[in-house]
Design a protein around this ligand. Structure first.
Ligand SMILES: Cc1cc2nc3c(=O)[nH]c(=O)nc-3n(C[C@H](O)[C@H](O)[C@H](O)COP(=O)(O)OP(=O)(O)OC[C@H]3O[C@@H](n4cnc5c(N)ncnc54)[C@H](O)[C@@H]3O)c2cc1C
Length: 400
């Protein structure tokens, strides 16, 4: 078993990993690029096995308490008439609204608070270079903080991971989904309640409004569009793109665009997945979005990050040889990741129809999916594969 582990990234996966590594007897340092703990982010889902990992960390109740309170989702037309309604219980808590819905910043904060006494946290730094000396460990040079030697380095740096680039060069590319999404917070409107509301406009556009526990509303504007360089524009230019492309979208979009103009937490991304043939090299491994981001449309990124952290730490506790541990981590996680990346079954095109006819058809199918007799079949189409992993029990490794 290796003892000194550097984890990079302090969002969801990094702090969860730090907690489990410490639990299994390792010394952990977490280095986060941002100068301070990063709040922010919108509603994320914790599903199935991800929830079980939180339970094993003793955090399930804390996370449930901090949840957004979203009770389900309705699909509406331009007159705000409900065309299909999914209560969060409909698919056993594993449908469009997960049983555990929480703001990313709130979940990350809970995990950080839970692990900060168990690991040394360093903010405002990142890896400049790595020198893997094999048996002698790995020499890490930091951008600000000089050099240090570790037994292992694990990158939990999200989809844009620079350590992944150091390891694999530019061969690891995002697989784009022909979707762009803009996220921001706006004042609560009179129709905003405990249900999320999803509105489709022709041209592959959708507006999603979701409740949060802060008395505001979280908005997501989605645009079906092949990669065209929007991701390289400045924030103001990206806002302008959305303003122009959604100008005639109808429904409550004018107030949403007003909120967009004033939003100071606007975040815009080209949606895609990260697929790699291997998640480790020598003494360095990748975990969470850095290794296998499934995209926000899958609703599985956070669960994969939590489960990946648990399995990676557990396998490191089971094997004296880190290479065997990395191989076991990959063997256990790979099928689960493959399934998660196979979603959404309601693919981006179906979720954002281009024509009015497509929207009517989509709403009719969704409405059908709410009917009890059809629900099981619909569940197979809609549900992410949150339960489809047998979580190993690393209990014996703990007491070793
Ligand atoms: C600010 C923010 C907002 C988000 N908002 C949403 C959202 O609204 N909806 C959604 O579905 N998903 C969102 N996500 C992504 C979501 O958190 C992940 O899909 C999922 O939880 C898995 O998390 P992760 O910890 O693996 O990666 P991430 O959550 O992406 O975290 C990566 C962390 O690593 C840090 N980092 C990056 N590079 C380096 C480096 N070289 N060295 C050290 N640290 C580094 C980042 O600052 C970040 O804290 C957001 C992520 C972030 C960071």
């Amino acid at each position: 078993m290796s003892h000194d582990v550097l984890v990079t990234g302090a969002s969801v996966t990094g702090p969860a990993l730090a907690w489990w590594l410490h639990r299994f007897g390792m010394n952990v340092t977490v280095v986060e690029r941002s100068p301070a703990f990063r709040d922010g982010g919108q509603n994320i889902d914790v599903r199935g096995a991800g929830r079980e990992v939180l339970r094993r960390m003793g955090l399930e109740q804390a996370v449930a308490k901090a949840g957004t309170g979203e009770q389900g989702i309705v699909f509406v037309d331009e007159n705000n008439r409900v065309k299909a309604e999914f209560d969060k219980e409909v698919f056993g808590g594993n449908g469009p609204t997960a049983e555990l819905e929480i703001l990313r910043g709130d979940l990350a904060r809970i995990l950080y608070e839970h692990s900060r006494d168990r690991a040394e946290y360093v903010f405002g730094d990142s890896i400049e270079s790595l020198d893997d000396g094999g048996e002698g460990g790995i020499e890490v040079t930091f951008k600000k903080g000089g050099a240090r030697r570790f037994d292992l380095v694990i990158a939990a740096e999200g989809i844009g991971s620079s350590t992944r680039r150091l390891l694999f060069g530019d061969t690891a590319k995002r697989r784009p989904f022909n979707l762009y999404m803009g996220y921001f917070t706006l004042p609560k409107g009179e129709n905003d309640g405990v249900f999320a509301r999803w509105y489709n406009a022709p041209g592959g556009r959708s507006v999603l409004l979701r409740p949060d526990p802060k008395g505001t509303t979280r908005a997501v504007l989605t645009l079906q569009q092949a990669p065209c360089g929007y991701e390289d524009l400045s924030l103001d230019e990206q806002k302008q793109v959305l303003k122009e492309r959604f100008a005639d979208a109808g429904w409550e979009t004018p107030r949403v665009l007003q909120g967009l103009a004033q939003a100071d937490d606007f975040y815009f991304e080209m949606i895609g997945q990260m697929r790699l043939e291997c998640w480790s090299k020598g003494r360095t491994a990748l975990v969470g979005d850095a290794a296998y981001a499934p995209s926000p449309v899958s609703g599985m990124g956070t669960s994969l990050g939590l489960v990946g952290a648990y399995v990676l730490a557990g396998e490191l506790s089971r094997h004296d040889d880190h290479a065997e541990a990395f191989a076991a981590y990959e063997r256990i996680m790979r099928p689960y990741v493959d399934q998660a990346q196979d979603v959404p079954k309601l693919g981006p095109r179906i979720a954002n129809p281009r024509t009015r006819f497509g929207i009517v058809l989509q709403q009719a199918v969704l409405n059908l999916a709410t009917k009890p007799g059809i629900r099981n079949l619909a569940g197979k189409l809609i549900e992410p594969p949150a339960e489809k992993i047998d979580l190993p029990d690393y209990g014996r490794a703990v007491s070793r």
